[in-house]
Design a protein around this ligand. Structure first.
Ligand code: SDX
Length: 428
């Protein structure tokens, strides 16, 4: 293959270099396009064909259903690693040694106390507030209590900001859930592992000793790993573009949380459960909802299905589907919702509308069934997605800043009015 791309516009032809990745992906580097062509740009709504950066963090192949973090397959990481190891690998590039992991966890624990005044912000929210709105606000508020901005050229500064947010974010997640449940806000215990302590902070009841259920812990570890990064998805691109203006890490993460909230993105896991509940209430009539999903005049979509990149099975959905069966069996839970989900999946996989459009279950289709089995309220499902995605957002923000990437500022094609004279109000 030639190492350039040729573009013909009218009489003129232009050459642009090709960029080739380590997995043989190819891009046309159009950095000089507008100058070389005297103003011509590209346009690509939703950036379906446009790369925003070169990244060494996550590789995914949507056609083959491949997902790797730092070169390690998601299947191996979900099976053999724990969430803190994966977080370290995403952020620092390599799986940690035993000593590195112990130090990382120790430094996180030393930075996990949140200023008590944050509780006043938590209390200011009505119980009806959606947890994603609370979490986004609290994450942004962290800036007020940790004003020192990250000097990205200082490895120590960057490391300190990372262990700070890795320590405080789970506390904000737990406090967000417990506020809505009217439970006291606590800190868990430094003697526990990272995920165990998240469970204790979230689920501990004030009048009893909290016992870690290893089935739940293993399932939560796996779910957090599966959500940890996914290259340039909507919320990660939001974190990158917010950070490209040199907004702080916590402020950039807060922007990412807001983007993740949308039902087309991370909010889908909540929407899936609500959809499955509606189908159950409707007598389990999956065919009716399949018809709605295919009806162009009906805004209803089969939530948890389809993906911008995966045009094959989302490898995470495969792992989560197996885990859902395991967790429910181990917890002795018969959830009719799981059976409805499986029926829906089977119907969609055999329906031409879905097959032609390559719509398969994505990461959000089965995850909520496990969260529900863990006793997590459905409104907290997307918060759990954010908890998993945190290390990926941090890793991507760090990579973007350390690469000194320019501020993100797309162009546009103007289609409004041409120049026209002002009209006084009497003449309008
Ligand atoms: C996540 O990007 C990531 O990596 C995201 C994520 C991550 O880890 O960060 O993987 C997490 O966000 C997973 C996706 C969760 N969202 C949902 O489950 C919501 C339901 N899915 C869709 O809204 C949709 O599939 C998207 C948003 C996920 C992808 O949309 P695209 O790529 O813009 O595709 P599209 O809307 O152009 O759809 C192509 C066709 C259209 O039909 P036609 O116009 O060609 O006739 O497929 C149809 C769509 O109407 N379609 C669906 C559908 N998804 C797409 N029809 C019914 N139900 C659906 N779910």
């Amino acid at each position: 293959m030639s190492d350039t791309a040729r573009l013909q516009i009218g009489e003129n032809s232009y050459e642009f270099p090709l960029v080739k990745g380590t997995e043989n992906e190819v891009a046309i580097n159009i950095k000089t396009l507008r100058t070389a062509t005297n103003g011509v740009i590209t346009i690509d709504p939703g950036y379906k064909n446009t790369g925003s950066c070169e990244s060494a963090i996550t590789f995914l192949d949507g056609e083959k259903g491949i997902l790797r973090y730092r070169g390690y397959s998601i299947e191996e990481l979900a099976e053999k690693a724990d969430f803190l190891e994966v977080a370290f690998a995403l952020i620092f590039g390599e799986l940690p040694t035993k000593e590195q992991l112990e130090k990382f966890h120790k430094d996180i624990k030393s930075n996990s106390v949140v200023d008590d005044d944050i509780k006043k912000i938590v209390d200011a929210f009505p119980k009806s507030a959606h947890p994603m709105g609370i979490l986004s606000s609290l994450t942004s508020a962290l800036t007020a209590f940790n004003p020192s901005s990250v000097n990205v050229d200082s490895e120590e500064d960057m490391y300190n900001a990372i262990v700070k947010i890795m320590g405080k974010f789970p506390v904000l997640v737990a406090w967000t859930m417990r506020k809505k449940q009217g439970l006291p806000l606590n800190y868990g215990s430094k003697s526990l592992g990272y995920v165990e302590n998240i469970m204790k902070m979230m689920f501990e009841q004030p009048n009893e000793d909290y016992e870690i259920d290893t089935v739940v812990k293993d399932a939560l570890d796996k779910l957090l790993i599966l959500h940890a990064d996914h290259e340039q998805n909507c919320s990660t691109s939001t974190v990158r573009i917010a950070g490209s203006s040199h907004a702080g890490l916590f402020a950039s993460l807060s922007a990412g949380i807001s983007a993740l909230w949308g039902p087309l993105h991370g909010g889908a896991n909540q929407a899936v459960l609500e959809m499955l509940e509606a189908i159950k209430e409707d007598g389990g009539d999956t065919k009716k909802y399949m018809a709605k999903a295919k009806d162009k005049n009906d805004p209803f979509r089969l939530m948890g299905f389809g993906h911008r990149v995966y045009k094959n099975f989302d490898p995470r959905a495969k792992i989560i589907k197996v885990a859902a069966d395991e967790v429910l069996n181990n917890l002795g839970i018969q959830d009719p919702i799981l059976a409805i989900a499986k029926d829906l999946e089977q119907e969609a996989l055999n329906d031409p509308y879905f097959v032609e459009r390559k719509l398969y279950p994505n990461v959000d289709f089965y995850s909520g069934i496990i969260y529900r089995a863990m006793g997590i309220p459905v409104e907290m499902f997307t918060v759990m997605f954010a908890l998993g995605r945190l290390p990926g957002w941090i890793a991507q923000w760090k990579e973007m800043r350390l690469n000194h990437e320019p501020i993100g500022r797309p162009r546009q094609i103007y289609i409004g009015e041409n120049l026209r004279p002002f009209k006084s109000i009497e003449n309008r």
